[in-house]
Write a protein that binds this ligand. Structure first.
Ligand SMILES: [Zn+2]
Length: 335
């Protein structure tokens, strides 16, 4: 996995890279806390429905080519998470890789929808939307280039988004609720008005693409307090804003499960401790916390759903200072 693509994706998805400077550019409008004194913190629990490399075992890399071929454990975890959130009065916003809709049985996904949890578009093959060349879009297309024969990079990305919307309409019977880019980008879609416009054209008013840069940290089973402090300090850069095109950005809040477990080698207690700090930060600052995880990782790292239960408990015990919402609800407040 030494291609420029794999290295770039790895860096973007890991919490280990030597990070470039983050922060919002002069062209974007930060909309953080404190617009009105009574504003509730908005907590989102988001789960990306895809397979993840290095899970369930570290040597597993084939998922890079089959992101949407979800295994039974991942599907079961996704559904159970929805049921647990519902029982706690919570909500989970899912993002679905379109290829999973080729599977014979999608009852689990229908059930998640029937419980009232929104499901968004995460592209068909988990493509890299900032790609400059066709072969950079996905590992699958490096191995099987005939699948994208004659297509431009723009066509590959647009088709991958559109096919997911179509698959959801035809197989599930409803449209996607929002769009999340595969991989998170330190500067989101800044400077890529073409991709912003593509998403607007494809019917999306908001995107979740930004994953703010954090300082580098070394893998540690139990990270030290200074790492927690650094990560909490990045929450400010993970607040929603509007791009010049009018597209709304709802960043993913550091750190998600990839940065903590896959890259950081944290244990579960460390992750729970961090999540509690981050949710409490959002509550104190009347801000947004967009928790990002993957059932394909969490069924290994958190088989008893402790993280989701913790977030629901923290919000339920906040005396009305916080609410668990979908990313669409967060987008409404940004407007
Ligand atoms: Zn993803």
């Amino acid at each position: 996995m030494n291609s420029p693509l794999s290295r770039r994706l790895f860096l973007e998805q890991s919490g280990l890279a030597l990070m470039v400077a983050g922060g919002l550019s002069a062209f974007s409008r930060p909309l953080a806390a404190a617009e009105s004194p009574a504003k509730k913190a908005q907590i989102a629990i988001t789960l990306d429905l895809e397979m993840s490399r290095m899970y369930p075992t570290r040597d597993e890399m084939e998922w890079d080519f089959q992101k949407g071929n979800l295994n039974d454990e991942t599907k079961a975890y996704s559904l159970k998470a929805a049921q647990i959130a519902s029982e706690s009065g919570g909500l989970i916003h899912y993002f679905c890789v379109g290829r999973v809709l080729e599977q014979e049985n999608i009852d689990w996904l229908k059930e998640i929808h029937e419980l009232g949890h929104p499901i968004g578009n995460h592209t068909y093959d988990h493509v890299y939307v900032l790609a400059k060349k066709p072969e950079e879009t996905q590992f699958r297309f490096q191995r099987s280039p005939w699948l994208i024969e004659g297509m431009t990079t723009e066509q590959i990305i647009r088709t991958n988004i559109r096919k997911t919307t179509l698959a959801m309409e035809q197989r599930l019977g409803f449209k996607p609720n929002g769009f999340r880019t595969p991989g998170g980008f330190y500067t989101g879609l800044e400077g890529r008005e073409d991709i912003q416009q593509m998403l607007l054209d494809e019917g999306f008013s908001w995107v979740s693409s930004k994953y703010p840069s954090t300082k580098s940290y070394n893998p540690a089973d139990m990270p030290k307090q200074d790492i927690f402090d650094e990560l909490i300090a990045t929450q400010e850069a993970a607040q929603p804003f509007v791009y010049p095109t009018g597209l709304i950005e709802i960043p993913m809040s550091p750190t998600g499960d990839v940065g903590a477990f896959r890259s950081g080698f944290w244990n579960r207690d460390a992750f729970l401790e961090y999540v509690e700090l981050a949710v409490n930060w959002a509550i104190e600052n009347q801000a947004v916390f967009d928790f990002l995880a993957h059932p394909s990782i969490m069924y290994v790292e958190d088989p008893n759903f402790e993280t989701i239960k913790l977030i629901c408990d923290l919000v339920n015990n906040s005396n009305g200072k916080a609410e668990i919402v979908s990313l669409s609800t967060i987008a409404e407040r940004v407007q």
